[in-house]
Design a protein around this ligand. Structure first.
Ligand SMILES: C[S@@+](CC[C@H](N)C(=O)[O-])C[C@H]1O[C@@H](n2cnc3c(N)ncnc32)[C@H](O)[C@@H]1O
Length: 300
């Protein structure tokens, strides 16, 4: 399983937050307000594959004044980096001990539980928390289509997942190796990231299909990164380096061509990297869904 560096996650964080699709976010907030009231107070949110907690920092300002988050990751180093990053981000630390973690940022009071769990082995513990919302950022392209189907069958909460890579990239100015590099990178995206062959660019569609089969209402929209050398130099450099490394691992493009591509891309004027956001809400009331098997619920 490839580890994700805290440096990479911190460089992409502001761009991730700025890129989230506003229509999909609005659909998620409208749903939660209709269900829990306009103030969205005291909601419980679970973030899958939380990394250093970027998704919490991006979403907290849109939720109510009291929030309860569970941050889930299998990497203990990222979970402790998340704790540190949240302490830095907070205006006030209310409690930080082994049992409880509670911070205040502007008018928001946020309780956080850190949960180390390998979501490949089981997501039952997480789903059984029955949170008001399950979120994830840059996570679903890592899992397999089989995992997506099983997860969607077991889901009991609304799901808001952002920044799932969709396999589209445009670099400016164009380079002769762009197509070959993209094809190899997309192939690498579909190798095993710990869940069997990864869904990669097919993840968003697979998730949409699986949830629609269960009669979930699914909203989808693009959350592409639009990067420019002048504003996002470090992210573009790390991105090009990461792509080049992955492409070399596939053996599909000659090393010399990858090197040339990387040198050109480090100086590229800009690039657009495609992502998709999804909000999916159950249309069958919880009590009815519980009394039906998933198959019956999907056909009702
Ligand atoms: C691309 S990173 C995204 C991190 C974070 N959501 C963000 O947007 O900054 C993917 C995250 O999924 C986590 N992850 C990967 N495989 C996992 C697994 N089997 N169980 C739990 N977390 C996993 C990684 O440790 C990493 O934090």
């Amino acid at each position: 399983m490839g580890g994700f560096s805290a440096e990479w996650l911190s460089v992409r964080e502001p761009v991730d937050h700025a890129s989230c699709n506003n229509m999909v976010k609005r659909a998620m907030l409208d749903y939660l307000k209709a269900k829990h009231g306009k103030t969205l107070s005291n909601l419980s949110v679970v973030d899958l594959g939380c990394g250093t907690g970027s998704n919490l920092r991006g979403l907290a300002p849109f939720l109510g004044r009291q929030q309860n988050w569970t941050l889930v990751d299998y990497d203990p180093l990222l979970l402790s980096a998340a704790r540190e990053a949240l302490l830095d981000w907070a205006d006030e630390v209310i409690i930080d001990d082994d049992q409880r973690f509670e911070i205040k940022r502007t008018e928001y009071t946020i309780k956080v539980q850190f949960l180390q769990a390998d979501l490949m082995k089981s997501y039952d513990e997480v789903l059984n928390l029955r949170p008001d919302l399950i979120t994830a950022a840059a996570f679903f392209d890592l899992v397999s289509i089989d995992w997506i189907n099983r997860f969607a069958q077991a889901l009991k909460s609304p799901l808001y997942t952002v920044l799932t890579y969709n396999g589209t990239e445009k670099w400016l100015p164009p380079h002769v190796a762009d197509q070959a590099v993209l094809a190899a990178f997309v192939a690498h995206q579909q190798t095993d990231k710990g869940f069997g062959s990864a869904a990669g660019p097919h993840a968003a569609q697979a998730l949409t299909d699986a949830l629609q089969t269960r009669s979930y209402n699914v909203s989808q929209g693009l959350s592409n990164w639009a990067l420019s050398q002048s504003e996002h130099h470090t992210l573009m450099r790390l991105l090009a380096k990461g792509i080049a490394q992955a492409v070399v691992e596939t053996g599909q493009v000659e090393q010399v061509d990858v090197n040339e591509w990387l040198a050109a891309r480090s100086l590229a004027k800009g690039c657009e990297i495609g992502h998709v956001d999804i909000f999916a809400a159950p249309t069958v009331p919880d009590t009815l869904a519980e009394s039906l098997s998933p198959k019956q619920a999907s056909t009702s």
